[in-house]
Design a protein around this ligand. Structure first.
Ligand SMILES: Nc1nc2c(ncn2[C@@H]2O[C@H](COP(=O)(O)OP(=O)(O)OP(=O)(O)O)[C@@H](O)[C@H]2O)c(=O)[nH]1
Ligand SMILES: [Mg+2]
Length: 686
């Protein structure tokens, strides 16, 4: 493909709720656009964008796939993203590098949880948006009901640019209201050229054409005036005005069809190139102030053949093959050889390179990863980081075979480099490796990859709740560390007061020593000793926070005092004072959005109640109710299993961290006992 000028490029992230048909729709568009020769299916694992083995196994997208099609002399870059909440990192990254989003909606279910969430994200990013109501061939699918839901729940500026001909298994085609022509069901073959609008839908088409024209002219005063004077608005004028309105975010065209039949792909391709903004029409979501070439890496893929691939969007200049770049974060030099155009897992060398606005990839960089900026010259450039969500679930993870610890660590670190929502850390209390992710499935997929790609078999243990400890009242203690053994002894003595900090948060150390009873040089050692003691609270070994320490008194010895002695004294004083300060366990509380079929609301609420959940509100709509609640993280670690059984698999939920709260006494007691047992066992083992 020749190097594309930015005006010829359309960058579109394909987003939507899990299973809405994004991957199937991208496949249809690539097939119709001639980028591939057959229409692959998700079931057979033959689509361009779901190419990973794990995706085949689970029949869902797990990571973003970059593809492109040529249509009307334009290059349409499509980023197919996963709908599943656990794999949102890639959807979030993709939305940062495009001008527009294609929101795919399930024609049976209508607006779902992720539909609304992603819509809101697109709105905040100021992205142009198209909607495709998919699966209209399915039983109970209805375009007009879905359209109403879109207008009510997303925006009243959603306007139909296509309507279906027939419905459910009698779906016959779609009418393109912009050009007033029709496409008939190609049932999986290539869609043929347009045909005239069949008589049966002529009246309906006229009605919706009228609505479309009215919506478009309303966004353009000049066109509006002529329209009101009864002048004819030409198709070209209408299309141009629609494109301006879409770019400005004033209108959201709604197209429709059935991806797996390849029905609706021509109209959609036309719409993508005719109404979506090019990189020139919108200030890009990622800004840069450099004259030389600059590219923003939004994804790192471990390619089975080419090794590590960085996928980038060119921000400015033309990125040419065989060039030297600088990583803006590390300041390290990166040597670029070939530049690659991606079609799912396939890639081919792009000899002309990539112009500003285009999306491409490069293999074998040394130290570049997601979120990095590559520059032709070493000039400082500011880019906001991609705002990835924080992981909400931690599992302890151990290798099945003894001695594989290091291999496992390396493998997990590699995965975490690819996916910023996978976080690896070591538990300070137990020394265990913890792997945190967005959902159970998210972490399980990581484990499968560790096995397949790196040959390390690992065990995933029960998810961990990150408890904390804090104090509820003021207390005072004095401790002395004194040892006299042969030569120089050890001496440190200090008195401290503990006070609870508001909100159970933070740590403060106030030096209130008067008269030099502890010399200046030793006071930080007291602080250090206290902080070390706070890393493992005496209740359950959890970190302590929300404490102010006042160092009020002490003593020292001219010869025997040392930093070490004061550190130990500080730690001893803290432990004594802590016991008297009414310590308590804190647990993380999460916000839950649970969407379930109306008839299961009672059962789901009852279940939430038994999990110490607090109901905050309910929003019914379209047969599904969204329940907003708060619940302790400890109670919902395995919630997905219950929700699936309570709702016959139709329920869905998302959760995010909210705040810490005191653990109720009867539960805390159990936790403290368990922690004690674990410590005793650990002591016996070592
Ligand atoms: N009948 C019918 N089935 C469809 C249509 N589009 C997709 N499907 C099926 O719906 C299921 C989900 O389709 P996908 O394309 O994987 O959906 P997705 O939005 O990519 O899913 P995630 O990537 O997991 O979010 C698959 O079994 C598809 O074959 C359609 O238009 N009609
Ligand atoms: Mg998919």
């Amino acid at each position: 493909m020749p190097v594309r000028d930015a005006s010829q490029i359309r960058n579109v992230a394909v987003v939507g709720h899990r299973g809405a048909g994004k991957t199937s729709l991208v496949e249809a568009v690539l097939f119709q656009g001639g980028a591939v020769n057959r229409l692959g299916t998700v079931e057979q694992g033959t689509t361009v964008s779901d190419w990973d083995e794990d995706e085949h196994k689970r029949q869902m997208s797990l990571s973003a796939a970059v593809c492109h099609a040529d249509w009307q002399e334009r290059k349409v870059n499509l980023i197919d993203t996963p709908g599943d909440q656990g794999f949102q990192a890639d959807a979030i990254a993709a939305l940062r590098v495009v001008e527009g989003a294609l929101m795919v909606v399930n024609g049976v279910a209508g607006v779902e949880v992720q539909t609304s969430r992603l819509w809101e994200r697109c709105r905040r990013l100021g992205l142009a948006r198209l909607v495709f109501v998919n699966m209209l061939d399915r039983e109970r699918a209805d375009f007009f009901t879905a359209l109403e839901a879109l207008r009510k729940q997303l925006s009243p500026s959603c306007v139909a640019v296509q309507i279906p001909i027939g419905r459910e298994h009698e779906l016959e085609g779609v009418v393109d209201l912009l050009h007033m022509r029709a496409y008939l069901d190609p049932t999986g073959g290539r869609e043929g050229g347009p045909v005239g609008i069949p008589d049966g839908v002529a009246a309906l088409a006229a009605e919706y054409r009228e609505k479309l024209v009215e919506a478009v002219v309303e966004t353009d005063e000049a066109v509006m005036e002529r329209y009101l004077e009864g002048e004819d608005i030409s198709g070209e004028e209408l299309t141009a005005a629609l494109a301006r309105a879409v770019t400005a975010g004033d209108l959201f065209p709604v197209a429709c069809g059935a991806a797996t039949k390849n029905l609706g792909s021509t109209g959609l391709l036309d719409l993508l190139v005719e109404s979506m903004p090019s990189p020139l029409d919108k200030p890009s979501a990622v800004e840069a102030g450099t004259n030389g070439a600059a590219a923003f890496v939004f994804k790192t893929v471990a390619d089975p053949f080419a090794g590590r691939i960085n996928v980038f969007r060119v921000l400015s200049g033309t990125l040419a093959p065989d060039s030297n770049l600088v990583n803006a974060r590390t300041r390290g030099k990166e040597r670029v050889g070939q530049l690659l155009a991606l079609q799912g897992k396939e890639h081919h060398a792009e000899a002309g390179g990539f112009a500003a606005g285009d999306i491409g990839a490069v293999a074998k960089l040394k130290e570049t990863g997601t979120g990095d900026l590559l520059l032709a010259e070493d000039k400082p450039v500011e880019t906001a980081p991609i705002d990835f969500p924080k992981p909400v679930m931690s599992f302890a993870i151990t290798p099945k075979a003894k001695g594989d610890e290091e291999k496992m660590g390396t493998a997990l670190r590699r995965l975490a480099e690819e996916d910023p929502t996978l976080v690896l850390r070591r538990d300070v209390q137990t020394g265990e490796q913890l792997l945190a992710g967005m959902s159970q499935v998210h972490v399980e997929v990581a484990v499968e990859r560790v096995k397949r790609r790196f040959g390390v078999d690992v065990d995933l243990h029960k998810p961990r709740v990150p408890y904390l400890e804090t104090i509820r009242k003021e207390s005072r203690a004095r401790a002395r560390h004194k040892k006299q053994t042969g030569g120089r002894g050890q001496f440190g003595d200090c008195e401290i007061v503990l006070e609870p900090l508001p909100g159970h948060e933070g740590y403060e150390f106030l030096d209130q020593i008067v008269g030099g009873v502890i010399p200046q040089a030793f006071r930080p050692a007291v602080d250090k000793g206290i902080q070390e003691a706070m890393a493992h609270g005496e209740l359950a070994g959890a970190p302590v926070q929300g404490v102010r320490v006042r160092l009020v008194d002490g003593m020292y010895h001219n010869v025997d005092s040392s930093e070490m002695a004061f550190k130990i004294a500080g730690s001893m004083a803290f432990k004594q004072a802590y016991e008297k300060a009414d310590p308590v366990l804190l647990e993380p509380i999460t916000a839950l959005d649970v969407t379930v079929p109306d008839e299961t609301v009672g059962a789901v609420n009852g279940d939430l109640n038994s999990r110490r959940g607090r109901l905050l509100g309910m929003e019914p709509g379209g047969g599904m109710t969204t329940i907003r609640a708060e619940a302790p993280m400890a109670e919902i670690l395995t919630y997905s299993v219950s929700l699936t059984s309570l709702t016959g698999g139709r329920g869905d939920y998302t959760m995010s961290f909210l705040r810490y709260e005191e653990v109720p006494a009867h539960i805390a007691q159990k936790l403290v006992e368990e922690a004690k047992k674990a410590r005793e066992e650990a002591a016996r083992a070592s």
